[in-house]
Write a protein that binds this ligand. Structure first.
Ligand SMILES: Nc1ncnc2c1ncn2[C@@H]1O[C@H](COP(=O)(O)OP(=O)(O)OP(=O)(O)O)[C@@H](O)[C@H]1O
Ligand SMILES: O=C(O)c1ccc[n+]([C@@H]2O[C@H](COP(=O)([O-])O)[C@@H](O)[C@H]2O)c1
Length: 284
């Protein structure tokens, strides 16, 4: 299927009763010589794992050691239920689990439910939404001297997600140009997806693509967590304890969940190059 046409505007549809979360967003730039940045991770988060949370910490270390950026906040943006993907639990559960995880384990991560509680939104539009909320509505950041600075929004993603950007027909060219040209990305290396493969054909935006090596290899994935739960295996220490408790209390992932019947077919949106083949990653 051809990629969706890239139409963009600064008009955004908000879900009912929506407020943009910014309780942990710092709007003061500590070092006036740095560029303020907010990281946004888009994905299913079904369920959120420690790896999703660690991506932000890896990015923080990378930014401090290799760049002139200063991170002012980080957001998880769970995808809409309309993103038809096997194992995608309802947005309500996914947003709740992400919120439990972020609030309990971090001082700077937040969960934005904007994308989750409405129709499917392309990642370029999601980044525009963050740019609008953070820069237009909240007014960006200020230095200690009160000088205004625009906060740069950047996509944080694993290499499997970025590799879909090199697959024909998945992302529109103009969205890629918008995401990688205007915003930029931090890519966390992921077992099973080579960086060369992931960034193949994205070379024209190379100055906006930052590659982060996983110094401690960790191959946790939501797919494996779901499979463990279905088989009655423990998932403790793969995700935050309060998320494990929430899953147990609500009896989540016990069934081989089929995603809701919806207009957007996940395979046509993100391709089918997932690294996880449960049959090959777990003994039966
Ligand atoms: N172990 C990991 N290493 C690096 N990046 C990861 C890892 N797990 C998830 N990510 C990244 O987190 C983002 C959100 O991921 P997503 O919700 O799809 O998790 P997932 O574990 O890949 O899910 P699933 O197994 O259901 O496909 C994506 O950019 C993905 O590449
Ligand atoms: O905007 C696009 O065209 C686009 C194409 C493919 C994937 N995405 C996004 O990438 C994310 C993929 O998540 P996942 O769980 O399928 O790895 C999800 O947030 C999608 O909305 C977005």
């Amino acid at each position: 299927m051809a990629a969706a046409p890239a139409t963009r505007s600064r008009e955004f549809t908000n879900p009912p009763n929506y407020d943009f979360p910014f309780h942990r967003l710092s709007q003061t730039l500590r070092d006036p010589n740095k560029t303020p940045v907010v990281l946004v991770a888009c994905g299913s988060f079904s369920p959120v794992t420690y790896l999703h949370l660690r991506m932000f910490e890896m990015a923080k270390d990378y930014v401090r050691q290799n760049t002139d950026f200063e991170i002012l906040g980080g957001y998880l943006s769970p995808v809409s239920d309309m993103y038809k993907k096997p194992g995608l639990l309802s947005a309500q559960h996914r947003v709740t689990m992400c919120t439990l995880a972020a609030e309990d384990t971090s001082t700077w991560l937040m969960v934005d439910p904007w994308e989750a509680f409405q129709d499917y939104q392309r990642t370029a539009v999601v980044l525009d939404h963050f740019d609008h909320q953070i820069n237009d509505v909240l007014g960006g950041a200020r230095t200690a001297d009160g000088e205004h600075r625009k906060i740069r929004i950047m996509l944080l993603a694993g290499s499997d997600l970025i590799s879909t950007m090199s697959e024909p027909g998945v992302w529109s060219y103009s969205d890629l140009d918008h995401i990688l040209g205007r915003y930029g990305t931090f890519i966390v290396e992921r077992a099973g997806t080579g960086m060369d493969q992931a960034t193949e054909s994205l070379a024209r935006w190379r100055n906006n693509i930052h590659i982060i090596s996983q110094l401690i290899q960790n191959d946790v994935s939501s797919t494996k967590v779901r499979l463990f739960i279905r088989r009655g295996l423990s998932v403790r220490y793969l995700l935050p304890a309060n998320v494990v408790e929430y899953i147990e209390q609500n009896g989540l992932y016990l069934e081989d969940a089929a995603s809701p019947s919806t207009p957007v077919d996940k395979e046509s949106v993100a391709g089918s190059s997932k690294k996880d083949n449960p049959a090959s990653t777990l003994c039966s």
